[in-house]
Ligand binder design. Structure first.
Ligand code: PLP
Length: 413
């Protein structure tokens, strides 16, 4: 019997994260929580090992009447006040003067998925970072796209040359170019591009767009944990320099911003110079949304509006505590890594730090060796991800040196 269509990819998803999460859990049960370093989890955890759920967010959620929770959203594009506030939350803070529209999506995932669906034809190629959130490649495949990757780094900097090469290689071969940029607070390295890097990227895409229109998917899932929050949107002003043949779609996520991963709410913020181009994208996004998930969680949208309108100060203060905590954890790890010579990618801010290991064999051995020593991490392309978002300060202290000692050992196996 063969019920599934021939063209479907029937190989099960190898979810490396959840498999290791399970191993870490098992180890904790066996030898006690205090003896295990669980750096696998990608959500924000407090110092006592509990997931953070902001009071300001969830007490506000509790006040939403049942009838509102039960009801459908007001529109397939998302509730109007939610859409307006998301625009203000993303572009408004950076004062970006462009035509724009917002489509509510189930998490940032939904926004990324819309971009993967609506710009490229089947078998065309999307350009992804080589070290990246795994779902990009999964989504590309699911939409029957090919994917090529640009190298994230050239030394300590964003590798714009590699990205340019990948773009140039596609010019003349397809009608549009889609480039995925996960910035700021890149998952999994914690890199944030400079304003100059953004400037150069857009200048380059403007040139390319003279023959081939370009779309930037800017995934900002972790932006609200930028260490310099006040200036975290400044780079978006660079979008104003886009020619009218370049469009940016910003994938915004409430998951991290509000610590509400399970409420599945986010948005695609479409920006361009031409009103018609934005409207066209809005139309196809709305149709695709309607065909896929119909409408987005009504209570989650209402809650975003409530929090931003009525509990903003309380919410920002609560979030600031955790930004400070991330800063503390990351600087302990990075300072110690530097002191002992543990190779890490250029971290600036965000939930994760990644140990640089380009040799796959070595990475496998090292990852297993870490587990033997009760240190649980996640393998990513060219590295090992350490989730400082869920590691307490105590567990972070001394970790880099332990990891360096084991890395030296892995080299000898
Ligand atoms: N983008 C990146 C880089 C992520 O790491 C994630 C979640 O882990 C997302 C987007 C999407 O998150 P969500 O769909 O929960 O908003």
């Amino acid at each position: 019997m063969n019920f599934i269509k021939e063209s479907a990819d029937k190989k099960p998803i190898v979810d490396t994260v959840f498999a290791i999460v399970a191993k870490a859990k098992e180890a904790k049960e066996k030898i006690g929580e205090e003896n295990v370093v669980d750096a696998t989890i990608g959500s924000l955890y407090d110092e006592d090992g509990h997931i953070v759920a902001y009071e300001s967010v969830f007490r506000s959620f509790d006040q939403i009447p049942d009838a509102k929770k039960a009801a459908y959203a007001e529109s397939f594009r998302g509730n109007p006040d939610f859409r307006e506030l998301v625009k203000e939350w993303t572009l408004g803070q950076g004062n970006v003067r462009l035509e724009s529209s917002v489509i509510a999506t189930p998490g940032g995932t939904g926004a990324v998925s819309l971009v993967m669906s609506e710009f490229l034809e089947t078998n065309e190629t999307v350009i992804l970072p080589d070290i990246a959130w795994g779902s990009y490649a999964l989504m590309a495949k699911d939409k029957q796209l090919k994917a090529v990757t640009y190298e994230m780094f050239e030394g300590e900097h964003f590798n714009l040359n590699s990205l340019k090469q990948q773009v140039n290689a596609l010019v003349g071969k397809q009608n549009r170019i889609v480039v995925v940029i996960n910035d700021p607070c890149h998952n999994p390295t914690g890199y944030t591009m400079t304003k100059e890097e953004w400037h150069e990227l857009i200048a380059f895409l403007n040139e390319t767009a003279k023959t081939t229109p370009c779309i930037i998917l800017n995934d900002i899932a972790y932006i609200d944990y930028s260490y310099d929050l006040e200036h975290s949107r400044d780079y978006m002003r660079e979008f104003e320099n886009m020619s009218d043949q370049v469009m940016a779609v910003i994938a915004m996520s409430c998951s991290k911003t509000l610590t509400s991963y399970g409420l599945r709410c986010g948005a695609a913020v479409i920006c361009a110079h031409s009103k018609e181009s934005v409207r066209e994208a809005e139309i196809v996004f709305e149709k695709s949304a309607r065909a896929l998930w119909s409408n987005v969680n009504n209570a989650a949208m209402i809650n975003f509006v409530n929090v931003v309108k009525n509990h903003k100060e309380e919410f920002l203060n609560e979030k600031k505590e955790y930004i400070d905590l991330l800063k503390k954890r990351s600087s302990i790890f990075m300072d110690e890594a530097k002191a002992c010579g543990l190779p890490v990618y250029p971290y600036k801010e965000g939930f994760f730090v990644t140990i640089k290991i380009e040799d796959n064999d070595l990475k496998e051995k090292y990852h297993a060796l870490l587990m033997e020593h009760h240190i649980f991490t996640v393998q990513v392309n060219k590295g090992i991800r350490v989730g400082i978002c869920s590691l307490s300060v105590e567990k972070t202290k001394g970790l880099a040196l332990k990891m360096k000692t084991l890395l030296d050992q892995a080299h000898t196996i």
